[in-house]
Design a protein around this ligand. Structure first.
Ligand code: ZN
Length: 124
C-alpha cells in the first residue's frame, strides 16, 4: 500500500477510498485530510498505544446526552447528502449511546464494538 503514504504535495494526499487528491482538513498533533469527492476524513499518522487507549476510554460511556444528540445530527447531515440511511452500522460503537440515538430516530442501527464483539476482543 505504498500509494496510501504518497503525499501529492505538501498539504495533499490521495483519498483512501476513491483516490482523489485531498487537501489538509484539520491539524492537531496529527494532520487530517478530507476528500472533496466522497468526504472521507483520513490521516496516515497513527497514534501510539497510550494515545489509542486514552481516545478509546474518552469515548466510552460518554453520558453527555447533548454531545450524543449533536453527534447524531452531524453524522446524519453528512449521510443525508448522499442518501437517506435505511440501515447504519455503528462501527466502534463503544457503549452504544449513538446507536440508541439512531434507533430513537427510527433508523435501523447495528452496533459493533471491536473490543467487545470481535477482532480486537483479545487485545488489551
Ligand atoms: Zn474519496
Amino acid at each position: 500500500m505504498l500509494r496510501d503514504s504518497v503525499i501529492t504535495s505538501i498539504n495533499t494526499m490521495f483519498c483512501r477510498i476513491c483516490n482523489t487528491p485531498s487537501s489538509q482538513y484539520y491539524k492537531d498533533s496529527r494532520v487530517f485530510y478530507k476528500c472533496p469527492q466522497c468526504s472521507l476524513i483520513f490521516t496516515d499518522q497513527t497514534i501510539d498505544r497510550k494515545g489509542q487507549e486514552k481516545h478509546y476510554k474518552g469515548q466510552w460511556k460518554n453520558s453527555d446526552k447533548e454531545h450524543i444528540i449533536n453527534s447524531a445530527d452531524s453524522l446524519l447531515t453528512i449521510i443525508n447528502k448522499y442518501r437517506k440511511p435505511s440501515r447504519i452500522l455503528d462501527f466502534g460503537s463503544g457503549s452504544g449511546e449513538l446507536t440508541e440515538e439512531f434507533l430513537k430516530r427510527g433508523i435501523a442501527t447495528t452496533p459493533f464494538e471491536p473490543m467487545i464483539h470481535g477482532c480486537l476482543e483479545n487485545q488489551n
